[in-house]
Ligand binder design. Structure first.
Ligand code: XMP
Length: 522
């Protein structure tokens, strides 16, 4: 089987660590983010071709500060230290790290002094002062004297050793953060390190990934049978398509229509997977069951809990009807893996309970098939497209597991859900027309409020419900800003909703960022 070159990123707790892994993968090299304290055997088993040490919040002088494990240096492989990683390298080899109470945070101009180093290959940009470029600094301590063997490669106003290397041994170090977009040549620097210094091939591509996973899935599953819960979201859709490519008829997908989906969604799932992809798909209409269960429930956490539990029960019931099932497949992706690995951390703060439809029933005894465990969201999309899934599924905005239940504030009835669905469809349709659905906003939807307001239509006084429009721009959904949608677009959406949706006489716009707000209203 074809294997790929691997770069290991040791995580020292920087908020940017995941970004390092993404940039390396964008250079078509497989990378894995592991805690700095992961046992040597586990890391070396991955057969890396180089190491990157991330930044981190500590000072190397803190008692109990994370350290540089011996196996990294003993391996003889190239190492790139970023920020804290640089300080670890400097300290280990006898350099001097200056302690500072003040952080340098923000852009700086980097002047490359050793222009022929492979780290800066292709660095020069037309029209810009030769070998200068903007980098992003975020550090307190910094290296003040290099260890022997290290030579400076670049400086900035505040950092005489903004980049340095012991070229003989392949140890590189940068004070700035090449992984963030504010470092204009950062992606190139990381690509140079993994290709020119570690010697990795550009072999991490969707096609290679698919071929490799197809073989792995076949090897794992053999003649067994696999069941997968389709939610309509991107991750479970791509997982299904990939597993289907590997084992065809041995895969059965279960799709539970809980009545909380957006307009046309349930039909689209069936159309795409059953008709177009030719999969075994069991579509369960559980709308009545869910509505009965949710009658009179207004507390958001209770809605989530009930919906999550119900899904598990229906899924189990349907899976049991299938007879002998050996494996449960899931669309778990890399950020889920990293997030749950960090669950034990004391700073892990639970803001909402996120029950995912399609989530793992805790007490089910199946072996798991999770072919997307290694992928970031953008990679999942690329793989999905390569597998022939339509854009309407691949570029779908994130949709919460409990669906419209947490956007239908107050009591959930079929009538109110329909009202919300219609308003939401109008909003999305107008955003699509304006070509703002993907770039203008990363998540946008309507919310039905549990209040009524007075209005007048024709000569008649009305007393009806209120729709709030929510549209945000965000990179990672952890923070978000409200999208500055054009007034004309908003005017049209508002006019259409009030005219076309029975029972709604007022439209308001949510202009709260996250934090302090959240994206969803419940
Ligand atoms: P918040 O509202 O916390 O949302 O800013 C961040 C992202 O998570 C989604 N979200 C959920 N997804 N189950 C899910 O599967 C949930 O209960 C849930 N609540 C929020 C939200 O849509 C946004 O993308």
């Amino acid at each position: 089987m074809k294997t790929h070159d691997t770069i290991i990123i040791l995580d020292y707790g920087s908020q940017y660590s995941q970004l390092i892994a993404r940039r390396v993968r964008e250079a078509h090299v497989y990378s894995r983010l592991v805690s700095w304290s992961t046992p040597a055997g586990e890391v070396l088993a991955l057969n890396p071709k180089g190491f990157i040490l991330s930044g981190g919040p500590n000072s190397v002088y803190d008692t109990g500060a994370p350290t540089l494990p011996d196996y990294v240096l003993d391996s003889g492989l190239p190492v790139l230290g970023i920020c804290y990683g640089m300080q670890l390298l400097a300290r280990r080899f006898g350099g001097q790290v200056g302690y500072s109470q003040h952080r340098e945070y923000g852009p700086a101009t980097l002047q490359v002094d050793k222009t022929d180093d492979p780290l800066f290959s292709g660095w020069q940009v037309a029209g810009v002062e030769p070998h200068q470029s903007q980098v992003w600094m975020s550090h307190g301590d910094k290296v003040e004297a290099l260890p022997s063997g290290f030579r400076p490669l670049a400086h900035s106003d505040n950092s005489p050793f903004a980049a340095a290397a012991d070229v003989e041994r392949g140890y590189y170090a940068v004070q700035f953060h090449p992984e963030v977009v504010h470092t204009t040549q950062g992606a190139r620097l990381l690509s140079n390190f993994v290709h020119h210094i570690c010697g990795c091939g550009a072999d991490w591509t969707p096609v290679n990934f698919i071929e490799e996973q197809v073989e792995l899935i076949r090897a794992q599953v053999g003649n067994g049978r696999v069941v997968l819960g389709l939610s309509g979201g991107v991750d479970s859709a791509v997982a299904a398509a990939l597993i289907h490519r590997a084992i065809g008829e041995q895969l059965t997908c279960i799709f539970v229509d809980h009545g909380l989906l957006r307009q046309g969604e349930a039909a689209q799932v069936v159309e795409t997977f059953q008709r177009e992809q030719g999969m075994n798909l069991i579509a369960i209409n559980a709308v009545e069951e869910y509505l009965e269960m949710l009658a009179g429930v207004t507390d958001p956490e209770q809605k989530r809990r009930l919906i999550g539990e119900k899904f598990v029960r229906i899924f189990e019931r349907e899976a049991n009807k299938l007879g002998q099932i050996d494996f449960l497949a899931q669309g778990t992706i890399y950020p889920d893996v990293i997030e749950s690995a960090g669950k034990g951390k004391k700073d892990a703060h639970v803001i909402k309970t996120h029950h995912n439809v399609g989530g793992l029933p805790d007490d089910m005894e199946f072996e798991l098939v999770e072919p997307l465990r290694e992928l970031f969201k953008d990679e999942v999309r690329t793989v999905g497209t390569a597998l022939g899934l339509p854009d309407s599924i691949i570029w779908r905005q994130p949709f919460p597991g409990p669906g419209l239940a947490i956007r239908c504030l107050g009591e959930i009835t079929w009538e109110r859900l329909e009202r919300l669905r219609q308003a939401d469809a109008i909003f999305v349709e107008e955003l699509r027309h304006a070509e703002m659905l993907r770039l203008g906003t990363q998540q946008s939807f309507a919310v039905l409020l549990p209040v009524k307001s007075v209005g007048v239509m024709g000569d008649v006084r009305t007393y009806q419900e209120v729709i709030a429009l929510r549209a945000v721009t965000t990179e990672d959904f952890m923070t978000a800003d409200w999208a500055r949608l054009p007034y004309e677009l908003l005017a049209k959406v508002s006019r259409r909703i009030v005219n076309e949706v029975a029972g709604v006489n007022r439209v308001v716009l949510d202009i709260t960022s996250k934090p302090p707000g959240t994206i969803e209203w419940e």
